[in-house]
Structure formats: C-alpha cells, structure tokens
Design a protein around this ligand. Sequence first.
Ligand code: TXA
Ligand code: MG
Length: 346
Amino acid sequence: METAIYRLPDPRGEVWLSQAAEILKKGGLVAFPTETVYGLGAAMTHPEAIRRVFTVKRRPNDNPLILHIHEIDQLTVMARTVPLIVYRLAERFWPGPLTMVLPALSTVPAEVTAGLTTVAVRMPDHPIALALLEKTGVPVAAPSANLSGRPSPTTGEDVREDLLGSVEVIIDGGPTGVGLESTVLDLTCDRPRILRPGGVTLEMLAEIFGPGVVEASWRVEADRPAAPGMKYRHYAPQAPMKIFSGSVDRVREAINRCLREDLAKRKRVAVLGFEDSRDLYPGAVFKSLGERENPETAAHRLFMLLRTCDREGIEQIYGELPATKGVGLAVVNRLWKAAGGDVSEL
Ligand code: TXA
Ligand code: MG
C-alpha cells in the first residue's frame, strides 16, 4: 500500500486534514500527532478498521484502545454513566494527557474495549489531532503509532519507520511535546487508580481528589489489565537494557563496573543519564535525559533516545533513574518496562 505523508503546517493543511478525515470515515487508517506520542487512528464506527490497527501494529488482541474525542458531549456515545468527577477532571485536564476509564455502553465495539465492560477516553491537546477529530465527527480509536513492543513514536520519522506502507496516511506534525503516553486513570473502581502514569501527575490529580486518594505505583502494568505482573518488554530498544536505582554515586559506580566488562568485550554501550553524569562514563555513548531536577525533559527525550540507540547499533544500554516526583513517576515506569523489569536496587 502507498502511504500518503502530509507534513504540517503547510498551506494545504486544511485540505489534507479534510482528506485524512474522509479516509477515517471510510474505514482507513491515519497516523497523527498528539501532545503525548503519535497515534494510529481508526473510526469507532469501523470495527474492521480497528481490527486492522491490531494487525498492522502486531498488537495482542486483549489490549484495549483509547477513544479520542474533541468535545465532551461525545462521551454520550461511549460511556454508560459519566460520574460528576469526570466533568471536573475534564475541565482541569482536557484537552490534555489524561485518559479516563469509564463504564462502557454496550454499543462500543468489542474491538475497542477488547471485550471489557469499560472504555478508555481522552481529548488530546494538539491542534492537528483536534482538527482531525472534529472533521471526522466520530470518536477515533488510536493506540500509539508504533509496532507493538517498540518505543512509542515521538516524531513523524518514527512513525514512518514502523508503519510506512501499511497505513493510508501519516500526518507528520513534527516532534511531540510531552514525549510519553497519557496517564490512564481508572474511575470504575472504589478508589481512582492510575493504570499507567503519564503527563498528568499524581500530584496534579491530588489537587482534585485530595492527598492519598488516588492509587498509583510506577510498577503498574496497564497494557494487560487482566494479567498482573510483568510479562513482556514494552517500549523496548533492540539492545538489552538495565537500570539502576539508589544513590547517585552508587548508581554511577555500578554502571561503570558493568561498562568496563562490556568494553573489554568490545561492545557498543550507551548510558541514559542525567546531565550531571555526562563525563562520568568513559567509553560509553552518553545519551542525556536533561537536568536531574527536570523530569519533563527526560519524558520528552526518552523514547527518542531509545530509538536513536537502535539506529546507532548500540548493543547494551544502562540507565539512571529520576526521582518518582511529578512526571518522574512516568519516566521511571517506562524505563522499567523498556528494561523488561531488569532494575538493580543498590
Ligand atoms: O497518549 C496516549 O495515550 C497515546 C496517544 C496516541 O493518545 N495512546 C496510547 O495508546 O498510548 P496505547 O494503545 O498505546 O495505550 C493504551 C493504554 C493501554 O495501556 C491499555 O491497556 C489501556 O490504555 N486501556 C485502554 N482501554 C482500557 C480499559 N478499558 N481499561 C483499562 N485500561 C485500558
Ligand atoms: Mg502503546
């Protein structure tokens, strides 16, 4: 299949967005930028298109998708009930990187919910995504636009790498802002629970719910809601990856010990570390996660750096961890998953 690439902004942007919306309405697949990562969209009204999303991504069938909307009234075509708290959360965080899990109407295709009785929904904060959704007029199911297991795409080039030739359109809107996926918040249990940490942080949610109400852990496994435990590597680079947690000095020492062994075997090694560690890993390719106190930079760069490691033929990756404050929780979660749970607590 020939994939059309639309690079926006462009004077033809309006026309291209209308064309992309038409393709979605007819049951085609369109990859588009959001403020978190790129999504691979199919209209909710086309279950066969949604099945194709799973095929194209090689995604396990039991992993449900998020519906994307541009106005809150669209909740009425997917949610059986909308608790009042949803409106408060929407007012504060939508459009934005918060996905809410709500009781689903039985009319939502099982292809979206993977057969669950709940449905996930969010309103992305990106002008291209919002314009595309508005022109399409129906909710759009969209997982991240990567091959399953690979780091999520944060640039149009990442999407082309994974999906060129297997989708109708890729809209390239440049690098995404947040850099990792939305926070998934389950509102169907007694206590609100973060199933996947993201750009809307636990601290931000505590401002609405009060302190200590929302459950969260960086070890959460949202990708297979029914199956607890870490079974798969997600967001993973090709090279094996190991992360270290503990005091800054111990982490540096431990990474250098591993590094020396690898270098003796002539391996190409990368270290994902904070700026203050830049010169402390001789022999490794240093990939900067930015300033240690600023996990937003780490979030913005993480997936991009993992994909760069693949492109550069890196054979082993070591990673430092940020503190779990703010979006740091989400960064730790993604690093942990990318490493397949291989974390040394020092
Ligand atoms: O930022 C994002 O959320 C991006 C952009 C494209 O919007 N999308 C994204 O989709 O990350 P995906 O498919 O890669 O991740 C969706 C997550 C998965 O962890 C899935 O298990 C969870 O949402 N999810 C979806 N529906 C659910 C449900 N009904 N109950 C629990 N978890 C659900
Ligand atoms: Mg994904």
